[in-house]
Design a protein around this ligand. Structure first.
Ligand SMILES: Nc1nc2c(ncn2[C@@H]2O[C@H](COP(=O)(O)OP(=O)(O)OP(=O)(O)O)[C@@H](O)[C@H]2O)c(=O)[nH]1
Ligand SMILES: [Mg+2]
Length: 482
C-alpha cells in the first residue's frame, strides 16, 4: 500500500529572479498567483505567497453545506361526490435530508472537495391532499478520510474529529417538514385553512483539515536522505535528488515488518534554521506529523555539505519546539545516514557518542546501500508497540461533538422602536415566522394565536402600547387594535 498526500503547489522554484507582483503559474500550470516575496535558497529562488489564507492546500478545504429544506404542509379538504365539504386532509411535508460526513478508510485526501464549493442535501417534498405526506429528502453522505478535523469556518468553532471507519458527523441538518392542515383540526376548528411551511435546512460553511495519521515522522535538514529512507522501507516513491527541498509535499509510506505488523511513516520537506519564521519552506507542513507517536531524526553524518551533524540536530529540535513544544517532546530515534561515504567515518564515533550520552537511541545507516536500515525499522516497530496509541488523540479535547437538537428556551419580547412603533422579537417569533406563509390569512392568524398564547397581549400592554401604534412581526406590519 502506498498512501500519498497531494498538496497543490504553493510555491515554484526557478533559477530566474522573480519580480514581486508578477503573476506566475505553478509548475503544474493550474494555479495562478501573484508573487508576494522572494528568497534565495542555495542556487535557487523560492518565491511564495506569505498569507496562509491564500495558500490552497488540498488537505484543508472550505465549502458550504446545506441541509435540504422541509416540504410544506398541504391545505386540502376531503372531497367526494355528493359530500359537500369533507374534513381537512392536507398531508405533512417531508423532512429535508441532512448533509453527513462519513469516514471512509479508503480515502486519504480531501481532493474530492476541491472544486465543489456548495453541497446540498435533497429537500423534502410537499404534503398533498388525501393525507398524503411528502417524501423525506435523501441524506447527502460525503466521504472523508480518517483524520479529518471539521471546523465551522465562520466561527472557527471545532466541530468534530473524525478518525474511525464509518464514523459520522451531521454537518447540516435538514429542515423539518411543515404540518398539513389535517393536523390542526380541533373540535372548535373543524376546517383549518392553513398549514405550516417546511423549515429551511441548516446552512454551514465548513472547513475540513486533514492531519495525516502517521505513526512515525521523518525530520531533518534538506538533503540528508529522508526521502531515500522512506523509499527503501516502504513503497512510497518520493522524488529524490541531490539538492535542497526536493520534497515539497509530504509522502506517506506503509512500512511492513512482516508478521502482520506495519506502521505508517511520513516524509516531509526538510527544515532549516528559521523555519518557524518562514525560512526555506517554513514549518507549516509540520502539522502533518503533529500526531505521530515518534520521530526519526535523520542526520547526514558525513557532513558532506560542511555542517556539523550535531549542529543540525540542535537546530532542528529548536525549530520543532518553536512550532509546537509537544512535537519537540515526542520520542526521537536518531538515524545517522550516509555511513557509506568516507567522510562519515571521521564524524561517526563523535556524533554517536555525544547523542548516546544525551540518552538517544542512535542507528548508523546507509539509506542507499541499505546497511543498518532493517535494525532501525525493527527497533522503531518495537518501540511503537510500547508507545500508547492514544497519543494520536491526545491533542483533541473531545472525539465528536454532535450539535444537540434545538432546545433553546422560547423567548418572546416586545421592543419599542419609536414612540408609536414596536417590534415583536425573540426565538419564538423567529421560529414561527419562518414557518408561516404570510400570503395565507389563516396561517397569519394562527401565528398571532400562538404568540397570544405566550402572552403577547400582556407583554404589549406592559410595554405601553396604545391603540393605533405600529407593530412589526417578521415581514408583517399592522396597527394595534385593543
Ligand atoms: N551516499 C549516500 N547518499 C545518500 C544516502 N541517502 C541519501 N543520499 C543522497 O542524498 C541526496 C538527498 O536525498 P533525499 O532523500 O532526496 O534527501 P531529503 O532529506 O529527502 O531531502 P529534502 O527532500 O530536500 O529535504 C540524494 O542525492 C540521495 O541519493 C546515503 O545513505 N548515502
Ligand atoms: Mg525529501
Amino acid at each position: 500500500m502506498n498512501i500519498r498526500l497531494y498538496l497543490p503547489q504553493k510555491f515554484m522554484i526557478e533559477e530566474d529572479i522573480p519580480k514581486i507582483g508578477e503573476i506566475k503559474y505553478s509548475n503544474s500550470g493550474k494555479i495562478k498567483d501573484k508573487i508576494k516575496s522572494t528568497k534565495k535558497c542555495g542556487e535557487w529562488y523560492i518565491h511564495y505567497k506569505k498569507e496562509r489564507g491564500e495558500m490552497m492546500f488540498l488537505d484543508e478545504v472550505e465549502f458550504k453545506v446545506k441541509g435540504g429544506d422541509g416540504g410544506n404542509g398541504a391545505v386540502s379538504f376531503h372531497r367526494e361526490k355528493y359530500i359537500d365539504m369533507g374534513g381537512p386532509d392536507g398531508g405533512d411535508g417531508g423532512d429535508g435530508g441532512s448533509v453527513i460526513l462519513k469516514v471512509d478508510e479508503g480515502l486519504n485526501t480531501l481532493s474530492d472537495f476541491r472544486y465543489q464549493k456548495f453541497r446540498e442535501a435533497e429537500r423534502g417534498t410537499h404534503g398533498s391532499g388525501n393525507n398524503k405526506h411528502g417524501k423525506k429528502g435523501e441524506d447527502l453522505i460525503l466521504k472523508v478520510p480518517p483524520g479529518t478535523v471539521v471546523y465551522d469556518a465562520d466561527t472557527g468553532e471545532f466541530l468534530a474529529d473524525l478518525t474511525e471507519e464509518g464514523q459520522e458527523f451531521i454537518a447540516a441538518r435538514g429542515g423539518k417538514g411543515g404540518r398539513g392542515n389535517a393536523r390542526f383540526k380541533k373540535p372548535t376548528r373543524k376546517a383549518p385553512k392553513f398549514a405550516e411551511k417546511g423549515e429551511s435546512g441548516e446552512v454551514r460553511l465548513l472547513r475540513l483539515e486533514l492531519k495525516l495519521l502517521a505513526d512515525v515522522g521523518l525530520v531533518g535538514y534538506p538533503n540528508v536522505g529522508k526521502s531515500t529512507l522512506i523509499s527503501v522501507v516502504s513503497e512510497a516513491k518520493p522524488k529524490i535528488a541531490a539538492y535542497h527541498f526536493t520534497t515539497l509535499k509530504p509522502n506517506l509510506g506503509v512500512v511492513s515488518l512482516g508478521d502482520y505488523r506495519s506502521f505508517v511513516m511520513a516524509d516531509i520537506p526538510g527544515l532549516i534554521e528559521g523555519a518557524h519564521e518562514g525560512t526555506g519552506l517554513g514549518d507549516e507542513f509540520l502539522r502533518h506529523i503533529e500526531r505521530t507517536r515518534l520521530l526519526i531524526h535523520v542526520l547526514d553524518v558525513s557532513g558532506i555539505e560542511g555542517r556539523d551533524p550535531l549542529d543540525d540536530f540542535r537546530i532542528i529540535n529548536q525549530e520543532l519546539s518553536e512550532y509546537n513544544r509537544r512535537l519537540a517532546e515526542r520520542p526521537q530515534v536518531v538515524a545517522l545516514n550516509k555511513i557509506d561515504l568516507p567522510q562519515a567515518e571521521e564524524n561517526l564515533p563523535r556524533v554517536k557518542k555525544s547523542l548516546e550520552e544525551e540518552g538517544y537511541k542512535v542507528f548508523s545507516i546507509s539509506a542507499v546501500t541499505g546497511k543498518g536500515v532493517k535494525e532501525l525499522i525493527y527497533y522503531v516497530g518495537e518501540l511503537l508497540d510500547k508507545l500508547p496509541v492514544e497519543y494520536q488523540e491526545a491533542e483533541v479535547e473531545e472525539e465528536v461533538i454532535i450539535k444537540p437538537d434545538f432546545t433553546e428556551e422560547e423567548v418572546l419580547e416586545v421592543k419599542r422602536q419609536a414612540a408609536d412603533k414596536y417590534e415583536i422579537v425573540g426565538s419564538l417569533v423567529e421560529e414561527n415566522v419562518a414557518r408561516t406563509d404570510f400570503n395565507n390569512e389563516a396561517a397569519v392568524k394562527r401565528l398571532l394565536r400562538i404568540l397570544q398564547h405566550h402572552g403577547l397581549k400582556e407583554l404589549m400592554q406592559e410595554a405601553g402600547i396604545k391603540e393605533g401604534d405600529t407593530v412589526t412581526i417578521g415581514p408583517m406590519e399592522f396597527d394595534y387594535i385593543e
